[in-house]
Design a protein around this ligand. Structure first.
Ligand code: C5P
Ligand code: C5P
Ligand code: ZN
Length: 488
């Protein structure tokens, strides 16, 4: 590799290396086992890889799990695949993988922080961090799968919208006005050039395609609009004062259905409303880029990139990931209908969990450097991550990370989901590092991104683990280096 190449070129050339391995195994009729993570990004990554493999007529199987552990690797070995492809996880567990899979061909297509190094020539890793590209915000698991798929065949460019959906699911639209950068920007441009994506500026409220306008306003938490958020009646009055009809015939209108003139009127009224409450910063968050999948039916969740991501997330977290993968690979009708039901159940569950946390103030504990929620056996361990993501944005002190956990009874373990904000990152917090070190100390496994990370820890070590996380974050805030030793 020429040293003058820029990080993006080096990353793409590594994606090319991975695609060669796939082409070679597929040509020989080898059996390929794809393993991916259960969130929106993991499912999108599996869908992209699945479609690319189907186009090669490869023999393959896809499995979705919440995390990588020894048990799952043993199951992989049992299938005797000629190639194992890990998408959206793997880089945090390189030592374990090489130890357990010494003689298999393995592709690790991941954007999490890397732990360990690769010494086995049968392993190929494509990870942005290796090239100095930030994996938390510049490319996601589905994006990496996309670049490998595109290197295998230019036909796979039509998977750019799915790759983007994964990145949105991982909240990588963190740049100015919710734009994408770096490798993600290439994906967006590919999708636009292929006529599959439209990028425009609009109100970024969630539910652009499918939610009635007043409900969109009332359910908005980013930005939070005092007097409208959580108050459907007042949202109705607000719209009526602006002469914006909420129905077209019998049908509720969604944000997408507004005329340009109505959109402007709504936007400036919202801005005035926020300013009257002194919320100058929130005004800046009203408008941003929205990503429309132009070939999808209007008024469906698949038409809006962010709504599509939530739909995928729900299939994974509600134990129906094959529905999400089928949709990413092009299925509609039955799979879509079923997913919409799953999505509804998923929302009900989340509301139930949020209600439970709020029911008793002591369910949110505040320690010196972190907040802690113990979801006991009430919150499903597959949904604790979503709950953690939602609650972290509403905490009194947004520089204190939130560590939420729930029991995984059959494994006598607890599943932790840690989340924080850009403000804490700027002060030196790195949750991936903390989860990795603290879980390692107590016989668990963990890792992730600086801003979002997770771990699984034996149930009898939970209190010690929480204490250790609190201390490690304290150290990071004081600028002390953590012991990078895995045996700490
Ligand atoms: O395993 P994976 O990387 O796909 O999971 C990322 C999780 O972290 C998502 O659930 C997302 O909500 C969260 N995240 C975040 N902000 C980022 C990146 C990820 O909140 N910049
Ligand atoms: O599971 P959760 O959504 O909380 O995960 C947050 C991030 O941490 C994800 O990107 C996930 O892949 C990562 N993680 C990890 N190892 C674990 C648990 C989570 O790398 N044991
Ligand atoms: Zn991801």
């Amino acid at each position: 590799m020429a040293p003058q190449q820029d990080p993006i070129e080096r990353f793409l050339s590594q994606a090319g290396e991975a695609s060669k391995v796939i082409l070679e195994v597929a040509q020989k009729g080898g059996f390929i086992h794809v393993f991916s993570h259960l969130d929106a990004d993991g499912i999108a990554a599996a869908g992209v890889m699945g479609k690319a493999l189907a186009r090669l007529d490869a023999k393959f199987r896809i499995r979705i799990t919440q995390q990588l552990d020894e048990k799952i690797i043993d199951e992989i070995i049992g299938d005797k695949p000629q190639l194992v492809i890990l998408t959206d996880f793997g880089s945090g567990y390189l030592d374990m993988l090489q130890q357990k899979l010494p003689s298999s061909k393995v592709l690790v297509l991941d954007h999490h922080q890397v732990n360990g190094t690769i010494s086995n020539p049968n392993f190929v890793q494509v990870n942005p961090h290796v090239f100095g590209i930030d994996g938390a915000s510049n490319v996601s698991g589905s994006g990496i799968a996309y670049f490998v798929a595109k290197a295998a065949s230019q036909a796979n460019v039509d998977l750019a919208p799915i790759a983007l959906v994964g990145a949105l699911g991982d909240m990588q639209d963190k740049y100015d006005q919710r734009s994408m950068q770096s490798l993600n920007e290439i994906i967006v441009n590919d999708g636009v050039a292929a006529g599959l994506l439209k990028v425009e500026k609009d109100l970024t409220f969630f539910g652009r395609e499918t939610r009635a306008i007043h409900k969109t306003l009332a359910t908005t938490t980013n930005p939070f609009i005092p007097g409208l958020s959580g108050e459907e009646d007042k949202a109705l009055v607000f719209l009526s004062n602006l002469n914006i009809p909420i129905k077209q015939g019998e049908k509720w209108r969604a944000l997408r259905d507004l005329t340009d003139e109505e959109r402007k009127r709504l936007c400036s009224a919202l801005a005035d409303h926020l300013l009257s409450k002194g919320l100058h910063l929130a005004v800046e968050n009203l408008i941003g880029y929205v990503y429309t999948l132009t070939k999808e039916e209007p008024n469906t969740a698949l038409r809006d990139g962010r709504e599509f991501a939530v739909l995928l997330n729900s299939t994974g977290r509600m134990d129906r990931p094959s529905l999400g993968i089928a949709i990413c690979m092009g299925d509609r009708k039955a799979a879509l209908e079923e997913s919409n039901k799953i999505l509804e159940d998923y929302r009900k569950n989340i509301n139930k969990y949020l209600g439970w946390v709020n029911e008793k103030p002591e369910r949110l504990r505040e320690l010196q450097n972190i907040y802690v929620i113990n979801g006991e056996s009430f919150i499903n361990e597959k949904i604790i991550g979503t709950v953690s993501s939602i609650i972290v944005s509403s905490l009194a002190n947004n520089e204190k990370p939130l560590i939420a956990f729930a029991n995984v009874e059959k494994e006598q373990a607890a599943k932790f989901s840690a989340r924080t904000t850009e403000a804490a990152i700027r002060k030196g917090v790195n949750l991936g590092e903390v989860m990795h070190l603290a879980s390692d100390t107590y016989g668990g496994k963990g890792g992730g991104h600086n801003i979002a990370a997770g771990a699984q820890v034996p149930i009898d070590k939970v209190e010690l683990f929480v204490k250790s996380v609190d201390e490690l974050i304290g150290k990071q805030l004081r600028g002390e280096k953590l012991a990078g030793n895995d045996n700490a």
